[in-house]
Design a protein around this ligand. Structure first.
Ligand SMILES: Cc1cc2nc3c(=O)[nH]c(=O)nc-3n(C[C@H](O)[C@H](O)[C@H](O)COP(=O)(O)OP(=O)(O)OC[C@H]3O[C@@H](n4cnc5c(N)ncnc54)[C@H](O)[C@@H]3O)c2cc1C
Length: 331
């Protein structure tokens, strides 16, 4: 019974949340296929409690390779290990996160294994009758949903957007078989990591924020973007931006919300001067409450918004800021 695999990610001995999101996806597929689910952990260090948590979230088997050479991540060493592991166990499906690591590792692995890969899937299903993995993702600028399958090659591989999958309930009684993987010492890795340095503006952590206030082209100029920054700070949130605002240099890429930016899951999302193009909406469907501030009463974003303030943002935001300040003084 060929297994379904998920590739876990870790840092400093702890698993990243996306590892559990992948298990939620993997569990649904393996239950439907009636096969075991395994999680693969390639790392320099991992706490044993973290492996238990993989079992709680659905893993039946955990393959663990722990070796100082596996950190920092380099694609050749991780792919060499995975290629050997796949050769040995022949899983039918491999899921990884659409993070920098997953997006680097899986294409490399797909070439090594001579099989297909669908990046950035938003949904997965099993095809009735054939058992093929249906890999579903937006295509043609987000205007259609494409269903992709690889009927002739195994394993079938896909990457999944972080935070696009609700976590399953952990079952603390579940146990998994842990299998240690030997790490070969003779892998030639053409990449040598000399050091790690943050790239650009790392301050934007909109994926984890409970409040995000985002600005779009309606702000007209970079200077006006401070209105969005002030509203975000007044609400204790982070600053987001439409792609248009990012392309104009009003905010940096880590702030971009949407199909080619980030998927976010805040309690409150405020879109200021953003029309709600389909590619933008792709990143906010998972927000709990959406408020739009837009002068166009027919803007696309109203299809998703829970509340809309229709009017000129340059009049509305200063009033909002004043009211929030007054409230703070009363409290
Ligand atoms: C492959 C692909 C990927 C993409 N990925 C993304 C993505 O990840 N994220 C993303 O955002 N876009 C993405 N886009 C771009 C997307 O199609 C839109 O072009 C973009 O989202 C528009 O940004 P906007 O809403 O800021 O601008 P606009 O669409 O121009 O909207 C500006 C809005 O501001 C309002 N407005 C103007 N003045 C005022 C005022 N004074 N007061 C109040 N409201 C006002 C207008 O009514 C309008 O609704 C992608 C496009 C493609 C093709």
């Amino acid at each position: 019974m060929a297994e379904v695999w998920t590739i876990a990610e870790s840092e400093g001995g702890r698993l990243k949340e996306v590892s559990f999101e992948l298990l939620a996806r993997g569990r649904a597929l393996s239950d439907e296929l009636g096969v075991p689910l395994a999680s693969v952990v390639l790392t320099n260090e991992i706490e044993s409690h973290e492996l238990e948590r993989l079992a709680w979230y659905g893993a039946d088997t955990i393959y663990v390779a722990q070796d100082p050479n596996l950190h920092p991540f380099t694609v050749a060493s991780h792919a060499a290990l995975l290629t050997a592991l796949v050769g040995h166990h022949a899983p039918q499906i491999i899921l990884a996160a659409a993070t920098t690591t997953g997006r680097t590792l899986l294409p490399y692995l797909a070439v090594k294994l001579g099989c297909g890969l669908t990046a950035d899937c938003t949904a997965l299903a099993i095809e009735e009758g054939t058992g093929n993995l249906l890999q579903i993702r937006p295509a043609i600028g987000g205007n259609i949903m494409a269903t992709i399958k690889s009927p002739d090659h195994r394993p079938q591989m896909a990457t999944i957007r972080p935070r696009s999958t609700p976590l399953g309930e952990p079952d603390e009684k579940r146990r998994a078989t842990v299998r240690a993987i030997d790490v070969p010492t003779d892998v030639h890795d053409p990449v040598q990591v000399l050091g790690l340095r943050p790239f650009g503006d790392q301050s934007a952590s909109i994926e984890n924020a409970s409040v995000v206030v985002a600005g779009g082209k309606g702000l007209k100029r970079r200077d006006n973007f401070t209105l969005v920054e002030n509203l975000a700070s007044s609400l204790g949130g982070e600053v987001g931006a439409s792609r248009d605002a990012v392309d104009r240099g009003w905010a940096s890429y880590p702030h971009q919300v949407g199909l080619s930016g980030k998927t976010i899951t805040p309690e409150l999302y405020v879109a200021v001067g953003i029309s709600g193009a389909i590619q933008h909406l792709a990143g906010i469907k998972t927000a709990k409450t959406i408020v739009s501030i837009n002068r166009d009463s027919e803007a696309n974003i109203l299809a998703l918004a829970d509340f809309a303030i229709i009017g000129d943002l340059f009049g509305i935001i200063p009033v909002l800021l004043r009211r929030l300040e007054e409230r703070r003084k009363i409290q």
